[in-house]
Design a protein around this ligand. Structure first.
Ligand code: MG
Length: 255
């Protein structure tokens, strides 16, 4: 299945995508929902972030190619991103005025994101994948100087617009075989298989759910490979995952 969330006029709904037709469903894709007779052409709707997460956990240092001289964490190292930082495809990443004023280095982080489909607490690795609704592209936008010098990552990783997700949620993918690519202005700056994750999806669910309850719709960013380049107002960042599609966001200065 390919799930979207979209807007037509003032109407916002979830839908299933078949070809270029969006068919509305009555509730978020983790359900239960009913499929309606209401359809739209994909070109006639504005896609929104495919889910409205109650919480977002992001895993850091989860590809060897991103570690540099750092050691790989023995367990998935999570931090929180705010739901208010989420935007969808084709929405603008806005660099905060304060970051522009301080000439903070801004970078994208292309990440595979998985969405929780049912409540998960103390889940064992062997059962963990049955708690996944599906997968989408994510960008863990990072204000590097704030990340290095602030005591916490609250604004470095969660300023408004710092969590692009989309364009859709694809189910039934193999989380160890997706090709993850990041492009800045069309130039490839990150490219890696999700098979290279230090801690895979099942490990992450087992570890996170040993401490906190994961709820349907929660989003988990799984980490970024390599070394992404800097972004500036006017740039266009694309995150592409095979089987999902392209998440595309222009970079702007906060007005
Ligand atoms: Mg990240």
């Amino acid at each position: 299945m390919r799930y979207v969330r979209f807007q037509v006029g003032t109407h916002v709904a979830y839908g299933v995508l078949g070809g270029d037709i969006v068919r509305e469903i009555t509730a978020p894709p983790y359900g239960p929902y009913k499929v309606t007779n209401q359809t739209h052409k994909l070109s006639a709707v504005k896609l929104l972030s495919p889910i409205v997460p109650g919480k977002i956990v992001a895993i850091g240092l989860n590809y060897k190619s991103h570690l540099g001289t750092r050691e790989a964490p023995k367990v998935p190292e999570g931090f929180y991103k705010t739901p208010t930082s989420v935007i969808g495809t084709e929405e603008a990443i806005r660099i905060p005025k304060t970051a522009l004023h301080e000439k903070v280095h801004m970078q994208p982080e292309a990440e595979m994101v998985f969405i929780i489909g049912k409540r998960a607490k103390n889940v064992k690795k062997a059962d963990a994948l049955s708690y996944v609704l599906g997968y989408t592209c994510g960008n863990d936008v990072s204000a590097r100087d704030w990340q290095q010098h602030d005591l916490q990552w609250w604004r470095a990783k969660s300023s408004d617009t710092f969590s692009p997700m989309g364009p859709l949620i694809a189910t039934d993918l193999d989380s160890t075989k997706m090709q993850l690519v990041c492009r800045i202005n069309g130039k490839v700056v990150q490219e890696q298989s999700t098979g290279d994750l230090v801690h895979g999806v099942a490990d992450i669910i087992e570890f996170i759910s040993s401490a906190i309850t994961l709820e349907p719709g929660d989003a988990i960013y799984t980490g970024t490979p390599g070394s992404p380049g800097d972004i500036h107002p006017g740039d266009v960042v694309e995150v592409e995952i095979s089987g999902v599609g392209v998440l595309r966001n222009k970079v702007e200065a906060e007005a």
